[in-house]
Ligand binder design. Structure first.
Ligand code: ADP
Length: 278
């Protein structure tokens, strides 16, 4: 009797023993999901499903990161090889070295951002909270990026509700706002207006970056915050993008229990909105 009653436990244990990181798609047998043992098998199978999804995401990320690191490395090598093959004047060689250094810088930035994402994602970057004025933070970011906007003859207009103070990590929030504003500058046309609006929205503190760029097509809106997801890879790379800016901004905002929303009105452009609990 006891042996028969315990047989399903033995079968579950044997199935569990066979599962490794290469066979996370396997599930434990569950002949009767309604008894206690069946409920345990359901819980364990749900856990396996979550593990499988995490492993898949990790594999995808590793593959994407390797690919992204390989692109500047390939460019570095082919530029160097071409320069070695052909006789070149000192000016031409200087130009070659310049473009090799640019690629090296890109590799460096990419590695830095990947490390930052890994550290922040694993919770090894505790928030260093301070109380500061939102208006001061936003003005500071706009002033820093003004030079990039002016290269495209774009105007940044700030509309800031005064007297809003945040108790948050100023470094991480500054980085999040910087990434959104940098994108607005990067992807909007020359001579356009970029508006930065801060205020309160439904009890949250809000920061909006509103541009007159191409907007985000419907089919990309869900995935645009995923690591390395870009609408136009070539354009992003040519403009110095890594495909990690939005993922990083989202992570930093979520560490503050906030969220980022995206609106693309029919009239055109994108609005990225950071919402933080007060
Ligand atoms: P990247 O380094 O490529 O800019 P991001 O994660 O910051 O990476 O952005 C991902 C992609 O989202 C970009 O490659 C671009 O296609 C799109 N994108 C981001 N911001 C905007 C914007 N303001 N307007 C139009 N497209 C944008």
């Amino acid at each position: 009797m006891a042996g028969r009653a315990l047989r399903p436990v033995g079968e579950m244990a044997a199935a569990a023993r066979r599962i490794t990181s290469d066979s996370l798609e396997s599930r434990l047998p569950n002949p009767n999901p309604h008894d206690e043992l069946g409920q345990l098998a359901t819980v364990l199978n749900d856990t396996l499903h979550r593990l499988e999804s995490s492993f898949d995401a990790l594999k995808r990320f590793t593959a994407d990161a390797s690919h992204e690191l390989r692109t500047p490395l390939t460019a570095l090598r082919s530029v160097g090889e071409a320069a070695l093959r052909e006789a070149r004047s000192p000016e031409e060689l200087r130009e070659t070295i310049g473009s090799m250094l640019e690629e090296a810088q890109r590799l460096h930035d990419l590695a830095d951002t990947l490390l930052l994402l890994a550290r922040a994602g694993s919770g090894r970057m505790p928030l260093q909270r301070e109380t500061f004025s939102l208006e001061a933070l936003v003005t500071d970011v706009c002033e820093r990026l003004e030079v990039l906007a002016s290269e495209k003859n774009q105007r940044i207009e700030i509309t800031s509700a005064p007297g809003i103070f945040l108790n948050a990590d100023p470094v991480l929030l500054r980085q999040a706002v910087t990434n959104l504003l940098h994108n607005a500058i990067r992807y909007s046309p020359a001579d356009s207006l970029i508006r930065v609006v801060t205020g309160k929205r439904g009890g949250d503190v809000s920061m909006e970056i509103i541009d007159q760029g191409p907007g985000i097509p419907e089919e990309h809106r869900q995935k645009i915050f995923d690591r390395f997801h870009r609408i136009d890879k070539a354009r992003s790379r040519a403009d110095g993008g890594t495909g990690l800016g939005l993922a990083l901004a989202k992570l930093f905002v979520e560490q503050h229990h906030g969220r980022i929303e995206l609106d693309c009105p029919a009239s055109g452009g994108s609005t990225f909105r950071i919402l933080l609990p007060p």
